[in-house]
Design a protein around this ligand. Structure first.
Ligand SMILES: NC(=O)C1=CN([C@@H]2O[C@H](COP(=O)(O)OP(=O)(O)OC[C@H]3O[C@@H](n4cnc5c(N)ncnc54)[C@H](O)[C@@H]3O)[C@@H](O)[C@H]2O)[C@@H](O)CC1
Ligand SMILES: [K+]
Length: 508
């Protein structure tokens, strides 16, 4: 697991380390600057012009210290100061004084045009950026990016990117590499900040591990070793040992979503998968996936809420150890009865997706059935319908939107976007770091619900399954992309890729 921090949490890590542990601020800074220096020398020769753009906070102070190291090592470096020197932090003033005494070239402001810059070290703003960039700072950012530096290293975070949301605060300097200190910032994980940060290197500058426990960050992501969280399959077991997944999915002429979800649930390891669907889908699903049990109903019975229909549905809910509600259900009138009956009769984890969510958006009173067993998996459009907010606004505040909705109802909310975030019902927030644009295809969401169902069926707790499922889904996409590129992915291949991940996991 990798911890992630907001700007505020990072400042508290700094503060704890300096004040409680007693590591001086300038010692941390020296290590931060050294990490930037080490990265810089990978990209330039001593004769190449290097610019270091420095603000007057501690991010700028890091930049000045890195410039001094480059200068002492014989590199051709120029420090460009933005903002007012007098307003500088005490570390900034110290670093500036050292730089001047060691003979580093320093200029205030930027007035030259069309000059060459082989490497730009961007130390204008770090996690202290807290408002829109205007005036002189904006001008200097424009002038410098206008010179098209050949390579850019961002110090801690690309200047102009908000460390909590990844949003651009008026303007931002795109980096080729971001050397970030101690812990990854949310802003480098979320778009557009993720794109501006490009490759992120996390430099250990000496924060003691307890500093992160002290600030209690609730944000995290996974890395490869975390596939170890996938439950093991004991040898002495039978199909019942790995859970029973009930998919309430599909409508007339819409069987694909149910198929993909069921396939993914089986591939992830569920012992039994049953599809509860309209009679019209029976034949095709039986042909496509004979491993799945099909129980069918007539939509007219659901429409009338006949006693037989209700009884059948209750039996299915009692049978299941996890339920998926929504893929391909469509929006016919009877679907409301179906969704309501499942929500009312389910006492196991329920993953609500697609038309399940659209139905809840149309009948908000159905949120009355939400319990801590519920995991919802909306994409931006579905989230907009659920919350009444505009897609553009949700996009800018992914974490906040997911978190607020999850907290309001005590559920887990997986909000799907290029970077998916999961606001878990135990207060943690997972920010996904796997996946790629080849997965932006119809059916990919159905595979995700199947993976989640498979993990829950094998006994993972809801919040863990939510985070791990999102991670595995993205990992499957990344593996597929590595083999076949960006364009041609079919959703079912994501489900197929899961076997390889699980096989590797068994080997390790
Ligand atoms: N000892 C420490 O505290 C350490 C700090 N570190 C560095 O310090 C950075 C944080 O330093 P600071 O908290 O000083 O913050 P920054 O250096 O990121 O920037 C803060 C300064 O910019 C101003 N500012 C914010 N938004 C602005 C805007 N839109 N327009 C104009 N001015 C604006 C603030 O008023 C403040 O003066 C980290 O990102 C990291 O690079 C590292 O050296 C590690 C150790
Ligand atoms: K920066």
């Amino acid at each position: 697991m990798r911890y992630l921090v907001t700007g505020e949490l990072m400042k508290r890590v700094d503060q704890y380390t300096i004040e409680q542990i007693g590591i001086p601020s300038l010692v941390l800074m020296e290590r931060a600057a050294l990490a930037v220096f080490k990265e810089a020398v990978n990209h330039v020769k001593q004769t190449d012009p290097v610019w270091v753009l420095c603000g007057s906070g501690n991010n700028g102070a890091d930049g000045i210290a890195a410039a001094r190291m480059l200068h002492i090592s014989g590199y051709k470096v120029l420090v460009i100061l933005a903002g007012k020197k007098e307003k500088g932090s005490s570390e900034y003033l110290t670093q500036l004084s050292i730089a001047e005494k060691t003979g580093v070239d320093v200029v205030e402001g930027f007035s030259f045009k069309a000059v060459e810059c082989s490497l730009l070290i961007d130390a204008l703003f770090g996690v202290g950026l807290d408002r829109e960039i205007l005036g002189g700072h904006l001008e200097i950012m424009k002038s410098i990016t206008g010179c098209r530096p050949e390579f850019t290293i961002a110090v801690d975070i690309p200047s102009g990117i908000h460390s909590d949301t990844g949003q651009i605060m008026g303007a931002a300097i795109p980096a080729d590499v971001t050397v970030t200190f101690g812990y990854e910032k949310l802003g480098t994980m979320l778009y557009p900040g993720k794109e501006y940060s490009k490759q992120v290197i996390v430099a250990d500058i000496g924060f003691p591990p307890e500093s992160i426990n002290y600030v209690k960050t609730e944000y995290f992501t996974f890395h490869k070793a975390d596939t170890a969280l996938i439950p093991k399959r004991p040898a002495y077991s039978n199909k019942g040992s790995f859970g029973k997944v009930l998919l309430v999915a599909g409508s007339k002429n819409m069987s694909g979503a149910a198929f993909l979800s069921a396939l993914a649930a089986y591939r992830t390891g569920a012992g039994l998968v049953k599809i509860f669907t309209v009679e019209e889908n029976r034949e095709i699903l039986q042909t496509e996936l004979p491993e799945a049990v099909i129980v069918s109903y007539h939509s007219s019975d659901a429409e009338k809420k006949t006693e037989n229909f209700e009884q059948l549905l209750i039996e299915q809910c009692e049978w299941a150890s996890v339920i998926v509600l929504g893929p391909g259900l469509g929006q016919a009138d009877y679907v409301k009865n179906l969704v309501e009956s499942v929500l009312a009769n389910a006492y196991v984890p329920v993953i609500v997706d697609a038309d399940g969510l659209n139905t809840i958006a149309s009948y908000p009173e159905l949120t009355g059935y939400y319990t801590d067993n519920i995991i919802i998996t909306p994409h931006l459009g579905e989230m907009a319908r659920l919350t009444g907010s505009a897609v553009e606004l949700i996009k800018k505040h992914l974490i906040q939107t997911a978190r607020e909705y999850a907290d309001r109802f005590g559920i887990t909310c997986i909000l799907k976007d290029a970077v998916t975030v999961a606001a878990l019902n135990d207060q943690r927030t997972y920010v996904n770091s796997s996946g790629n644009s080849s997965m932006a295809k119809a059916g990919a969401g159905d595979v995700l619900t199947g993976i989640l169902a498979g993990l829950l069926a094998m006994g993972l707790e809801g919040p863990d399954a939510a985070a791990l499922g999102v991670w595995l889904h993205g990992l499957a996409g990344d593996m597929r992309k590595k083999k076949y590129g960006d364009y041609s992915l079919l959703a079912r291949e994501l489900a197929d890729e899961i076997d390889i991940i699980l096989k590797e996991q068994m080997r390790e």
